[in-house]
Design a protein around this ligand. Structure first.
Ligand code: G3H
Ligand code: 13P
Ligand code: ZN
Length: 330
């Protein structure tokens, strides 16, 4: 058993309180390998931003939990070496059982999400409460979820959004004791968040997706003033990177994300944590495809993973500086 405190990690409590008061959001970047982690740390140190290192159940299986613990500890030390001791959270993304959350807490995670959003309301409350009790006894913060995002969440696929019901949030937060709440207001996971048929075209022929339901967010804020809200499925799917992928042998079709203007708006509201995974995957894939397509004789992984890491770092810096506003908040 290892506590996150021994690894030099932080929980989300103080970070979210400051983010709410300062009207910015903390980036939650998913990772499962060394280059992604290096890029996240470099970007957040250079912009002096706190950061949440996010690990899904699948990523944990891929990377190995022991490796992850030392990688997170390595991230803390690497940030210091780069010259800024930024707050770093190690967070379980979409935990689906008490056992998984407990395992993560016992192996050094400082924050966990228990996602009972697919369960009947009372079962979601009971499961979330059980995780909160164990987590809080260890100083670990917990994210719960109400409402279901359309698309794929690990192995669960939902055809349509089930928007968060504002009338439930106060009761859920009170009964479970969660530290933050993930909501559903029109975002979804992955690179295909909307079909072209759901979008309209602007004067330049660019597809504009239907707006997020900020009216629901405002209702939620009225019911639980000051409470930290989490936005999942917040990749913007940069079209210039999708174009690089497709120009170099890729086949990403109808990839449409959330406009950054909407994410900027969300970051100034009660949304204190913004989850970004797909954009990192796209940035990395674009760089790898470009190198392999233009330098076919290359076979040293550092020659394509190095540029991928650089591309990722630029993407993360852009998110911090131009979308979330968490720069200089470390
Ligand atoms: O919410 C989903 C995250 O993007 C994690 O995805 O389960 O493929 O690692 P994953
Ligand atoms: P994206 O697929 O939009 O990056 O969302 C990631 C996420 O919500 C992880 O929990
Ligand atoms: Zn998610």
């Amino acid at each position: 058993m290892v506590s996150y405190k021994e690894l030099g990690l932080s929980n989300t409590k103080e970070l979210f309180a400051k983010a709410h008061a300062g009207k910015y959001a903390i980036p939650a970047f998913n990772f499962n390998n060394m280059e992604q982690l290096q890029a996240i740390v470099q970007a957040c140190v250079e912009t002096k931003s706190p950061v949440i290192l996010q690990v899904s159940a699948g990523a944990r299986k891929y990377a190995n939990q022991t490796m992850l613990r030392y990688m997170a500890q390595g991230a803390v030390e690497y940030a210091k070496e780069l010259g800024c001791n930024i707050p770093i959270v190690l967070h379980l993304d979409h935990g689906n059982s008490f056992e998984l959350c407990k395992d993560c807490i016992d192996s050094g995670f400082s924050s966990v999400m228990i996602d009972g959003s697919h369960l009947p309301y009372e079962e979601n409350i009971a499961l979330t409460k059980k995780v909160v009790e164990y987590a809080h006894a260890h100083g670990v913060t917990v994210e719960g979820e109400l409402g279901v995002l359309a698309g794929i969440e690990d192995e669960v696929v939902a055809e349509h959004h089930t928007y968060t019901e504002p009338d439930q949030v106060e009761d859920f937060v009170k009964k479970t004791g969660v530290d933050s709440l993930a909501i559903s207001i029109g975002t979804s996971h992955g690179a295909n968040k909307f079909t072209p048929a759901q979008c309209t075209r602007n004067a330049d022929g660019i597809l504009i997706p239907p707006p997020l339901r900020f009216d629901i967010l405002e209702e939620i804020e009225k019911r639980i003033p000051g409470f930290p809200i989490v936005l999942h499925g917040a990749s913007s799917v940069p079209q210039e990177l999708v174009a690089i992928i497709n120009a170099n042998g890729g086949a990403m079709k109808d990839a449409i994300g959330i406009p950054e203007s909407e994410l900027r708006h969300a970051a100034t509201s009660a949304v204190c944590k913004v989850n970004i995974d797909s954009d990192g995957r796209i940035a990395m894939t674009a760089a790898v495809r470009q190198v392999l397509a233009t330098q076919p004789a290359e076979f040293d992984p550092r020659k394509y993973l190095g540029p991928a890491r650089d591309q990722l770092k630029e993407l993360y810096k852009h998110k911090v500086l131009n979308v979330l506003g968490s720069n200089n908040k470390a």
